[in-house]
Design a protein around this ligand. Structure first.
Ligand SMILES: [Zn+2]
Length: 204
């Protein structure tokens, strides 16, 4: 029941977000971003900032450098990354925002992997790279929404929605197994061919 309610809440939150509309961001000028410090109780770690930057760089690389993300002040940022405490097994969330006339998004990452169910909790407790994998891929997914990508039902995609089911620990495990060091995350986007095709349709 609890899991069902959590899934329902997730579906509702997702439907609400898309009703408000994510779509391709304006790339006429570089996209300013701001990464907040973690709030108390979020289990944010200083290295998480780097994971978010690698996620932004991955998406930019896949558009051939069209997005040109640029660090900015909080008030100017079209992409805002927040680190927030665990809630109902959620990994993260994205919400549209507006700065002047430009559209952007706030993404909320929940880096407390001990609260994401017993399998993820166990896998991340003893393996720092698995923990970083979960936080990094969550950043990629939520930033994908920020860039206008919606969910898919294909388990291979980073935009796959966990509400469709499937082996969630393996979703992260297949990425984790490609890592030898943390720095490898900067080189391995974690994004599928179909994710890339959908991204390039938004940013031709
Ligand atoms: Zn999502």
């Amino acid at each position: 029941m609890r899991a069902f309610l959590a899934t329902l809440a997730l579906l509702t939150a997702t439907a609400a977000a898309f009703a408000q509309g994510f779509s391709a961001l304006d790339t006429g000028t570089p996209i300013p971003y701001f990464i907040h410090d973690g709030v108390a109780g979020s289990d944010y770690r200083p290295g998480d900032r780097q994971l978010a930057v690698w996620a932004l760089q991955a998406w930019d690389r896949l558009t051939g450098g069209k997005l040109r993300f640029q660090p900015s002040s909080e008030s100017d940022a079209l992409i805002q990354v927040h680190w927030v405490p665990a809630a109902e097994g959620q990994y993260g969330e994205a919400r549209p925002l507006r700065v002047g006339t430009r559209r952007g998004a706030a993404v909320y990452i929940r880096p407390d992997t001990s609260a994401l169910g017993p399998d993820i909790a166990r896998a991340t407790r003893t393996d720092p790279l698995m923990r970083d994998t979960v936080v990094y891929l969550t950043c990629v997914h939520e930033l994908g929404h920020a860039l206008g990508l919606s969910h898919t039902s294909d388990y291979r995609d980073i935009m796959f929605f966990f509400g469709f089911g499937g082996d969630i620990p393996e979703f992260f495990g297949r990425y984790r197994r490609q890592l030898h060091t943390r720095e490898d995350i900067a080189k391995l986007s974690g994004v599928s061919e179909m994710d890339i095709a959908r991204l390039r349709a938004l940013y031709p």
